[in-house]
Design a protein around this ligand. Structure first.
Ligand SMILES: Nc1ncnc2c1ncn2[C@@H]1O[C@H](COP(=O)(O)OP(=O)(O)OP(=O)(O)O)[C@@H](O)[C@H]1O
Ligand SMILES: [Mg+2]
Length: 149
C-alpha cells in the first residue's frame, strides 16, 4: 500500500464485511499503520475521519454505528486481565471490536477474529496480511478483490 489513503481504504473494505461480534486484531510495530486502518474502518460507519483519535491513553474509544464500534489500544495494558475491566467481553457481544496491540491480551485473545498484520513496505509504504478463523475465509477474498480494484 503506497500511501496512507490506501491503508484507510483497506480499513473501509474490512468494515464493509464486518458484523456484530467480530474482532479485528491490528498487529504491527510502532507506526505500522494500525490507527490509520482503524480510522478508515470507523469512517465507514460514522462518515467522518476527523473525530477518530488514537486511544493510546484512554485504552478504549466508543463510536456510534449500526452497532457500537469499540477501538482499543492495548499498548499500555499491564496485565491481560485488565481487558476484562475495560469491558471487552460485552463490547464483543454487543458490537464490533478493533484492537491495536492484541498480543497484550495473551490467552484472552478470542480465537474468532480477523488478524491484520501491518508492516513497513517498500518506499515508505505498508504491507498488509490478512488471516482469520473460518468465518473470515470468504470475506478475506472479497476484501482482497475490493482493494485490488
Ligand atoms: N500505506 C501507507 N504509506 C505511507 N504511510 C502510511 C501508510 N499507512 C499509514 N501511514 C503513516 O504511518 C504513520 C503511522 O501510522 P499509525 O499512527 O496509523 O500507526 P500505528 O501502527 O497506529 O502506530 P502506534 O504503534 O504508534 O499506535 C502515520 O503518519 C500514517 O500517516
Ligand atoms: Mg496507533
Amino acid at each position: 500500500m503506497p500511501a496512507e489513503a490506501d491503508t484507510r481504504a483497506l480499513g473501509q473494505a474490512i468494515a464493509r464485511r464486518t458484523q456484530q461480534g467480530d474482532m479485528i486484531a491490528l498487529e504491527g510495530g510502532l507506526g505500522a499503520g494500525k490507527t490509520t486502518l482503524a480510522r478508515g474502518f470507523i469512517q465507514h460507519f460514522t462518515g467522518s475521519v476527523e473525530e477518530v483519535v488514537s486511544p493510546t491513553f484512554t485504552l478504549a474509544q466508543l463510536y456510534d454505528g449500526p452497532v457500537p464500534i469499540w477501538h482499543f489500544d492495548l499498548y499500555r495494558l499491564k496485565d491481560p486481565m485488565e481487558v476484562l475491566e475495560l469491558g471487552l467481553e460485552d463490547a464483543l457481544t454487543e458490537g464490533i471490536v478493533l484492537v491495536e496491540w492484541p498480543e497484550r491480551m495473551g490467552h484472552l485473545l478470542p480465537q474468532r477474529r480477523l488478524e491484520v498484520g501491518l508492516a513497513l513496505g517498500l518506499q515508505n509504504g505498508r504491507q498488509a496480511r490478512l488471516a482469520g478463523d473460518p468465518s473470515w475465509a470468504a470475506r478475506i477474498k472479497e476484501i482482497g478483490s475490493d482493494v485490488a480494484r
